[in-house]
Design a protein around this ligand. Structure first.
Ligand code: IPM
Ligand code: MG
Length: 377
């Protein structure tokens, strides 16, 4: 019955994490830094292709800030599938150390190796980075102005089904158990970020999405804590939804316009933000911010698309999502004007009728899209 001891150990570690969260230092104030260091992590598959082009755009936008020493851009090496597989490590120590030397970083998608790929079954690098750097908030904006849609998703980004997702137990050949963990502290901080965003942006509603009718303890706590934090924001109404009906409502044209801000546990947020991105025009069109009090990571919402590499069409990958992630990064470090400039140019390129970012061999190339962005800057 060794799994009972394993469970005990897992619970003790999580209780320690709760203590750490109680003593968490406040969020970093970028305006107080002499210099902001931005890291760039290529990722796997289409990652290096979309990163190269996104960097060209950032080089242009931040030229003066770099020249005058307000911003430094650094390439972080070694978070490649090859290196991780060779080392049998999800996050090689020297990679994590390079990342910790940066304030924020832009990351291309990483491939998670497993046995069906004839590789060791390693944890997702993404999940490990979020946990190691305590990037507790996954913020994903979706906007379709012509349909009156302006949504911002606040997905809890470390806990829930993910925090010990690789520590489930095969109790017997016939039965497996996984664990889902929700804490008061972990829920409070994501809820507070959602309400603060709502208040700062003139929104008067927050949709809290759970499955608290079934996951009574964990989602029950999430719901309870969101409402408790919500009491501090009497001008904002909290609406409760179950995830199943919310996935339906998201495509209900009568209701879409009413939604503004969403807050939800990790796995539901993972699923529903892909749906939301698809409503916007595809997962290639959405950026994602992973925010903690000390570090922040910005990435495309989609994966590394190994299929495109196998077919030799990686040069046709749509860089829009990574460019939107770069926009979120600029905004996060206080470069609002630069963020607006980037976003406007990306929107112009995305609406260009001569470009077709289909991700197929007939589609336009990543470079062609980028040229249109550079021209529109
Ligand atoms: C996302 C991705 C990740 C997740 C994967 C790559 C681990 O789907 O960022 O939404 O499940 O969170
Ligand atoms: Mg996802």
């Amino acid at each position: 019955m060794s799994y009972i001891q394993d469970f005990e150990k897992l619970v003790q570690e999580q209780l320690k994490r709760v203590e750490r969260m109680k003593n968490e230092p406040p969020a970093i104030d970028y305006s107080g830094l002499d210099k902001i260091i931005i890291g760039f992590v290529d990722g796997d598959g289409i990652g290096p292709v979309i990163m190269k082009q996104t960097r060209r755009v950032l080089d242009e936008i931040l030229r003066e800030d770099v020249a005058e020493g307000r911003v430094e851009m650094r390439t972080v090496e070694g978070l490649t599938l090859e290196n991780r597989v060779a080392r049998k490590e999800t996050l090689p120590a020297e990679v994590l150390e390079q990342i910790r030397q940066c304030n924020v970083f832009l990351k291309g998608p990483t491939t998670t190796p497993n046995e069906t790929m004839n590789m060791p079954n390693l944890e997702s690098a993404n999940v490990a980075l979020r946990r190691e750097l305590d990037l507790f908030a996954n913020v994903r904006p979706i906007s379709i102005p012509e349909r009156g849609i302006d949504w911002t998703f606040f997905r809890e980004n470390t806990e829930g089904e993910y925090i010990v997702g690789s520590h489930g137990v095969a109790v017997s050949d016939d039965m497996c158990v996984d664990f889902k963990i929700t804490t008061t502290q972990g829920t409070e901080r994501i809820a507070r970020m959602a309400f603060e965003y709502a208040r700062a942006n003139g929104k008067n509603r927050v949709e809290c999405v759970t499955k608290a009718n079934i996951m009574k303890k964990t989602d029950g706590k999430f719901l309870e804590v969101v409402h408790k934090v919500g009491e501090e924001y009497p001008d904002i109404r909290v609406e409760d939804w179950y995830i199943d009906i919310m996935t339906a409502n998201l495509i209900n044209e009568e209701m879409q316009k009413d939604f503004q801000v969403f807050v939800m546990p990790n796995l539901y947020g993972d699923i529903i933000t892909d749906e939301a991105a698809q409503i916007q025009g595809g997962v290639g069109t959405a950026g994602s911010a992973n925010i903690g009090n000390r570090y922040a990571m910005f990435e495309a919402i989609h994966g590394s698309a190994p299929r495109m590499v196998e077919e030799g069409i990686e040069d046709r990958a749509n860089p829009e999502s990574l460019m939107k992630a770069a926009e979120l990064m600029l905004r996060h470090i206080g470069f609002a004007q630069e963020a607006d400039r980037l976003r406007k140019a990306v929107d112009i390129a995305a609406a260009d009728p001569s470009l077709h970012m289909t991700g197929t061999k007939e589609g336009s190339t990543t470079e062609e899209f980028t040229e249109a962005v550079l021209k529109a800057l």
